[in-house]
Structures are given as structure tokens and as C-alpha cells.
Design a protein around this ligand. Structure first.
Ligand code: SF4
Ligand code: SF4
Length: 104
């Protein structure tokens, strides 16, 4: 599992820098987000959810039973739209209610 930043989408807004609980993001001289050390990421997905441009995706590799699928999250109000795209282009969509996320 790892985080990927799409430099074409990133606008350097710093939300990932401010919200990552591991303080793993920095803004480079190119005004784009970069990770300090991806090995320190524990996969909480906060950055994936917080990025307003969907510039951050999570790669679900074999280490967690994934097959190279990538995951992004889009927002509409309190609904989070989780979009999973497998290497062959197949997409899976899952919606969750943000207000229910810490219920259990
Ligand atoms: S939150 Fe997204 S757009 Fe903002 S700096 Fe981070 S990667 Fe770039
Ligand atoms: S998944 Fe969590 S720990 Fe990893 S980079 Fe994103 S916010 Fe930081």
C-alpha cells in the first residue's frame, strides 16, 4: 500500500501537509506536495479524503491483498464517493456517509 501524488492535479494548497497525522507531506519548490518518507505511511487515508483536487490516490498492492488497484475519494456534502480502479480499468464505486464513519 502506498500513496501517490499526481503532480498535474496538485495545486499546493497544503491541506495534506496540515492533516496527515504522520506529518509526512512537504510542499516542494515546485509548489507541489511530496512525501518525506512513504515507508512511514500507515494508510489512514486522511490525505486521500482531504485533497480537494483528488490528486492523492492510494495504491492497494499485494502487501494488503490488493492487486494494484488505486483508490481516490470524491466528496459531495457528507457523502464520500470511494472510487477503486483496477489495473485493467474496471471501476468499483462505494458511497459512505461521513457522519456515520466513526459510529462503530
Ligand atoms: S491536498 Fe492535494 S492539492 Fe493540496 S497540496 Fe496536497 S496533494 Fe496538492
Ligand atoms: S494515508 Fe494517512 S499517514 Fe499515510 S500519508 Fe496519508 S494522511 Fe499520512
Amino acid at each position: 500500500m502506498s500513496i501517490r501524488i499526481n503532480p498535474k492535479k496538485c495545486i499546493g494548497c497544503r491541506k495534506c501537509v496540515e492533516e496527515c497525522p504522520g506529518n509526512l507531506f512537504v510542499i516542494g519548490e515546485d509548489n507541489k506536495a511530496h512525501m518525506r518518507d512513504p515507508r512511514d505511511c500507515w494508510g489512514c487515508a486522511t490525505c486521500v479524503k482531504i485533497c480537494p483536487l483528488n490528486a492523492i490516490s492510494m495504491y492497494l498492492g499485494a502487501d494488503i491483498g490488493g492487486d494494484g488497484t488505486s483508490m481516490i475519494v470524491k466528496h459531495s456534502g457528507n457523502v464520500l464517493h470511494w472510487i477503486f480502479e483496477s489495473p485493467d480499468g474496471m471501476k468499483l464505486f462505494v458511497e459512505t456517509d461521513r457522519t456515520e464513519s466513526n459510529k462503530y
